[in-house]
Design a binder for this molecule. Sequence first.
Ligand SMILES: C[S@@+](CC[C@H](N)C(=O)[O-])C[C@H]1O[C@@H](n2cnc3c(N)ncnc32)[C@H](O)[C@@H]1O
Length: 275
Amino acid sequence: MTTTSGAGPDDRYLLGDGSAEVEHLARQAEVYAEEAGQLLDRIGIGAGARVIHVGCGALGILDLLCARVGPGGRVVGVDREPRLLDAARQVAAQRGLPVELVEGDATGLALPSGGFDLVHERTVLLNVADRARMVAEMIRIARPGGVVALQEPDSSAWVCDPPHPAWDLLRTELVGAYRRSGKNFDMGRRIARLLRDAGLADVKVRATARVTHAGDYYQSFLLMLTSLVKAQIIAGQRVSDAEFDAQAASLRAHLQQPGTLTCQPTLWQSWGTKP
Ligand SMILES: C[S@@+](CC[C@H](N)C(=O)[O-])C[C@H]1O[C@@H](n2cnc3c(N)ncnc32)[C@H](O)[C@@H]1O
């Protein structure tokens, strides 16, 4: 597990380097494929397009992009974490996906300017301290007339019902751990403004949220994330190790009740055109 030190921006990936994150990214790709498809429908990416998924992780939407652009297109995935790129390579080989996978940092991409019809990212910006620089890089590698698209979460609607004190505590601590490391879990509401401020034209925005019940994979999403970020939460010194474990156990029991539902973080999508 990666740990943070001090209160300033921390460039390390908060979700650590374990297999749990790889497994989660595979589930995220599956569960949020519908929303990604809706985004691509609205953008109108078609056969032959040159597209890139920045921070693709273990797959992201690379499979959906391959299906849209077809054999005449080009699909590139970039990520900073070699272990996640290895996982993406394995999936691409298993599924016969014609993708180019490249190691690189989203805030300084070693790619020529103007080469892509679509530059996309999902749940990367919330992990990056220099958001404006990442967006500027995405715009740089898009061609004039090309589209830059962002998908980011926002915790504002992330609730459970019936309410539970452990939910409120763990949600607050998770968002706080991101903030202390210079990251922002509430990127969603800001992404349209980021694109407009960076000079994109015709910026569109939409937001959706999923409701889950006991037995659904995402029902325990908050517990999964807080377990990955536990060391940073404890470092905040408002919750002890033992209290964290007790709260997590209490919340797990509550989320497994048949009557308990959760609304997951809102997924905001925003896209605009490079002039
Ligand atoms: C939550 S995962 C999302 C992965 C993928 N976009 C998806 O939707 O499944 C965040 C990803 O961003 C990558 N990442 C974080 N900071 C990065 C940076 N500065 N440059 C490139 N990738 C980065 C991580 O390695 C990880 O793969």
